[in-house]
Design a protein around this ligand. Structure first.
Ligand code: GRF
Length: 204
């Protein structure tokens, strides 16, 4: 049976679409059981609807604090029966409950631990990479812990940085690799999961 994933988004939802397409094409043994969005105007909402998915929108302003927001987000994932959460352009720091440790993956558009942490998102990352004069950049998929861009790394892919690059050029080149890296990381994560319930006992 395909692996139920929740995809959390704040932006345009290009990764969400990539996961849906790969699953529909039979190239990824997963199905989207929840799309959760934290911005009412996010492009990801319309993109999800195109595929018959109705996102759950949770607005941070409706919650007392970030802990309460996180609790509601993880409750929604549990209710939807999701087993893994993918943060796909989701910009909010989540408080990961114990039962979700090792089950939340994030993609970041740099080679972590460089250019990660608070404030490093979207074009800010690529501008900083160019300003520093890096000759390579790339993307990282990692497990999420309680710190921004911090947990154990699953997949990294690199790209060259050209002297003539604008931040947009670099973002485009990195994003092409992101579309490969995130599904690859999900496949590795799924392979590493313990055998499904009801697996035969080998002793006793
Ligand atoms: C990507 O650059 C990713 O690394 C970052 O958000 C961007 C994707 O957003 N975390 P989206 O899929 O277009 O919403």
């Amino acid at each position: 049976m395909s692996h139920p994933i929740a995809v959390f988004v704040s932006g345009t939802g290009r990764h969400l679409e990539n996961f849906v397409r790969l699953a529909l094409a039979g190239e990824l043994d997963a199905r989207v059981s929840l799309v959760l969005c934290d911005r009412a105007e996010a492009g990801a909402i319309e993109r999800a609807q195109k595929y018959g998915l109705q996102p759950v929108t949770l607005l941070p302003a409706d919650f007392e604090n970030s802990e309460a927001f996180s609790r509601a987000a993880f409750d929604a994932a549990r209710e939807a029966g999701a087993e893994t959460i993918l943060l796909a352009g989701f910009l909010r720091l989540l408080h990961i409950p114990a039962d979700w440790t090792g089950r939340v993956l994030n993609i970041h558009p740099s080679l972590l631990p460089a250019f990660g942490g608070k404030g490093y998102y979207g074009h800010h990352v690529h501008e900083a990479v160019l300003q520093r004069g890096c000759t390579i950049s790339g993307c990282t998929v990692h497990y999420v812990d309680q710190e921004y861009d911090h947990g154990r790394i699953l997949v990294q892919r690199t790209v060259p940085v050209l002297q003539v690059d604008t931040p947009e050029d670099l973002a485009t080149r990195v994003f092409d690799e992101e579309l490969i890296a995130f599904p690859e990381a999900l496949r590795l994560h799924m392979q590493a999961l313990p055998a499904a319930h009801g697996a035969e006992k080998t002793s006793g």
